[in-house]
Design a protein around this ligand. Structure first.
Ligand code: FAD
Length: 412
């Protein structure tokens, strides 16, 4: 069992954690109930978001809160039935989003984001899958002059504070750059640093394949069967009981259920989201965000992926894809979408924390157990750097960034 580790959850975060532990000489087994990269890390908008140095705060503007409460617009929706459970966690989210606290949350979030592209690039080169990535950023397009002016000012601020590169484009610039657009925008912010991925699930698969090629093992099993055994941990898999000295929980949106079994009550919640692919004969050359309506249009191998904003609901509640329906009709104003590829939209859930920072580090009350989840809107971006940070902490090496702000003990 020496230097042996079980990583539970084979999404982007778990697979990258396994790869980095392997690099440090650990014997790692990845356990998931499905194939690697089949859940949230499959269904996202595929952006590696070097520009996302500021996590999404809870809206504080009265007008926006009223619009959400009255269920106008479709960037944010909620289920009434989920509110009693969600309220205490959303209260924490609301208070962390107050300007004075939020100011302190941005730097540790940004310090992870700044590494995102470099860390992905290293893994893509090793996994020989750079062809899945498309540098060139994405465009946020605006229909309203007031929001475009705010975004322009924000772009200047992010360049000054965090070296985020962007170009502000007029309506004419945008038309020249993306002639397939069927409607006029008032302008666009072209975020130039991000990469986009043409098949997010395939990227996780490529990283998992690299892990196996380097001697790692992937097993099918249920994380809920995790139990302490002697000085280590044991989990049931289809090939029998697996034991190891240490274990990492990288269960994304399912972490909360597991933690409750272990006696933790952490302020975790999910923001669900939908996507659907469309045939779209003339897709844009880079992903487009309809910034005023809050959805993405990402050209991918499977078609143009239209991905929605946030739905506050219980993880397992039935699908209510109204946001998808509205995003589809708004997207049809911009692009000739053509037919939908799948009969039904995909539904997934962003794993969120009240203070918008992921939990990366040792479990507060369980020696040999580690957490790596809660990456919210940017887990696909942050998987490699989070995996590296967790692995370095676990190994006692000097960590790539100061891990203190992400310590799970902040909630214990
Ligand atoms: C619509 C949408 C768009 C998004 N767009 C972006 C984007 O453009 N860029 C970005 O960076 N992020 C984006 N995100 C967020 C991102 O997808 C997530 O933060 C990220 O995928 C989380 O990765 P993860 O590995 O933590 O979780 P997951 O990918 O969900 O992995 C968790 C794994 O745990 C496994 N698991 C769960 N329970 C058990 C169990 N009991 N036993 C065994 N295994 C179990 C699951 O099968 C799964 O494989 C988006 C999310 C959504 C919903």
């Amino acid at each position: 069992m020496s230097k042996s580790i079980i990583v539970l959850g084979a999404g982007m975060v778990g697979v990258c954690t396994a790869l980095h532990l392997q690099r440090l000489g650990y014997t790692v087994c990845l356990v998931d109930r499905r194939e690697p990269g089949r859940e949230t890390s499959y269904g996202n908008a595929g952006l590696i978001q070097r520009e996302a140095v500021e996590p999404y705060p809870f809206p504080r503007e009265f007008g926006k809160i009223l619009r959400v409460a009255l269920r106008r617009g479709f960037d944010i929706r909620y289920h009434w039935a989920a509110l009693p459970t969600l309220m205490p966690r959303l209260a924490g989210y609301w208070s962390a989003s107050a300007p004075a606290r939020y100011r302190d949350i941005v730097p540790p979030y940004a310090r992870l984001i700044l590494h995102a592209i470099d860390e992905h690039r290293v893994l893509m080169e090793a996994a020989d899958c750079l062809a899945l990535a498309r540098p060139g950023g994405y465009r946020a397009i605006f229909s309203r002059a007031d929001s475009f002016a705010l975004a322009t000012a924000r772009a200047e601020r992010l360049e000054r504070d965090w070296g985020v590169h962007s170009a502000v484009e007029s309506a004419a610039d945008l038309r020249r750059a993306q002639p397939m657009l069927a409607a006029d925008a008032v302008g666009a912010v072209h975020w130039q640093d991000p990469w986009s991925v043409v098949d997010p699930g395939a990227l996780v698969t490529a990283y998992a394949t690299l892990f196996v090629r380097q001697g790692g093992e992937v097993r099918q099993g249920d994380a809920q069967s995790l139990r302490g055994e002697g000085a280590g941990w044991a989990v049931e898999t289809v090939d029998g009981v697996l034991t190891a000295q240490q274990a990492v929980l990288a269960l994304g949106p399912w972490a909360d259920g597991m933690l409750r079994r272990l006696g933790y009550r952490l302020p975790l919640f999910v923001k669900r989201g939908y996507h659907r692919h469309y045939v779209c004969a003339r897709p844009p050359s880079v992903p487009l965000q309809d910034a005023d309506r809050g959805f993405m249009m990402s050209p991918m191998r499977a078609g143009l992926r239209v991905a929605t904003g946030a739905e506050f609901a219980s993880l397992g509640a039935r699908a209510t894809p109204l946001q998808m329906t509205r995003a589809e009709s708004a997207a049809r104003r911009w692009l000739d979408l053509g037919e939908a590829v799948e009969p039904e939209p995909w539904l997934g859930a962003r794993p969120c924390t009240a203070d918008m920072l992921p939990l990366i580090g040792p479990a507060p009350r369980h020696p040999g157990l580690w957490f790596n989840f809660g990456h919210g809107h940017q887990g696909f971006t942050l998987g490699p750097i989070s995996g590296r940070l967790l692995a370095e902490m676990l190994d006692g090496a000097s960590p790539v960034v100061d891990p203190a702000p992400y310590a799970p003990s902040r909630y214990a």
